[in-house]
Design a protein around this ligand. Structure first.
Ligand code: CAA
Length: 284
């Protein structure tokens, strides 16, 4: 199946990155969010990223403008009627996602594939909100999207082989590496990553070491590019908590219980880098 027009839903950290890589690979992209100001903010981040590429001599000003011209802002899901593929990157909330997918099912053409960038929610359940579960799939990008090579591709129970193949082929055109996984809570990436981050938070909570020491151990001892507490701030503590809750509920196993300190920070609104405070403080 030929895919040329793509709609990305959610212009936040992940959605703007996804829109950028599609536009840079020559796709026509509709970037959608609830309000025009959210879309503008996302486009601003993309412009900043591309300008950095120009400054580094990796892209010309003309090339940058060509990429930007591929992006069309949108605040209505009805714009899905123009596209071959939708990648949803809205907040991690099942009720919101199923509502979006119901509407997309109504507006998107019959041939269109509906993908979700969910980091842990069941693709099969999202697909069940539509009348085309065979065309629903997980396409999980990593943050920061323009830099990270992996796309975890998740098959729902009903996802057709040809839909999987199309998404795998598209992923390669984005200069990313597709990895196929099945639909279980957290898939592979967050099933492995989040319990490690949660355990790092427990070591802080129990006073085993300072936050700096915990991060240093994992950076210097395990060669991780960022310590787990810095990474949690970077991902967003609300997202980390949501994923831990999805694992806890999905497997019914207490080994996935979220650390109380993580809950406390989220309740305080200390969500990490995006709010200026998490385990560390950041200049806004
Ligand atoms: N957007 C675009 N480009 C970015 C960026 C961003 N937000 N942040 C950094 N970059 C680029 C920089 O411009 C730089 O590019 P060049 O090499 O081309 O000059 C490059 O990335 C390296 O950046 P820095 O030198 O500033 O810093 P660094 O070497 O520490 O790398 C990093 C930054 C890539 C973020 C690195 O620290 C890293 O890999 N961290 C771990 C990231 C990670 O684990 N991501 C997965 C999170 S989990 C997830 O996403 C899934 C989920 O469901 C929660």
């Amino acid at each position: 199946m030929s895919v040329q027009k793509v709609m990305v839903i959610g212009a936040g950290q992940m959605g703007s990155g996804i829109a950028q890589v599609f536009a840079q690979s020559g796709y026509d992209v509709i970037l959608n969010d609830l309000k025009a100001e959210f879309v503008e903010r996302g486009l601003g981040v993309i412009t900043k990223n591309l300008t950095r590429q120009v400054d580094k001599g990796r892209m010309t000003e003309d090339e940058k403008n060509a990429v930007l011209s591929k992006l069309t802002p949108s605040t209505t899901l009805e714009d899905a009627k123009q596209v071959d593929l939708v990648v949803e990157a809205a907040v991690e909330n099942m009720a919101i996602k199923t509502d979006i997918f119901k509407k997309l099912d109504e507006f998107a053409p019959e041939h269109a594939i509906l993908a979700s960038n969910t980091s842990s929610l069941p693709i099969t359940e999202i697909a069940a909100a539509t009348k085309r579960p065979e065309k629903v799939i997980g396409m999980h990008f990593m943050n920061p999207v323009p830099v990270m090579k992996l796309v975890e591709i998740i098959r729902g129970l009903a996802t057709k082989d040809e839909v999987y193949q199309t998404i795998e082929d598209i992923t390669k055109t984005l200069q990313k590496v597709p990895v196929e996984v099945n639909d279980f809570p957290g898939f592979v990436s967050n099933r492995v990553l989040m319990p490690m981050i949660n355990e790092a938070i427990y070591t802080l909570y129990e006073g085993v070491a300072t936050k700096e020491a915990i991060d240093e151990v994992m950076k210097l001892g395990m060669n991780h590019p960022m310590g787990p507490l810095t990474l949690a701030d970077f991902i967003g503590l609300d997202t980390c908590l949501y994923i831990m809750e999805t694992l806890h509920e999905g497997f019914g196993d207490d080994k996935y219980r979220p650390c109380p300190l993580l809950r406390k920070y989220v309740k305080a609104g200390w969500l990490g880098k995006k709010t200026g405070r998490g385990f560390y403080t950041y200049e806004q």
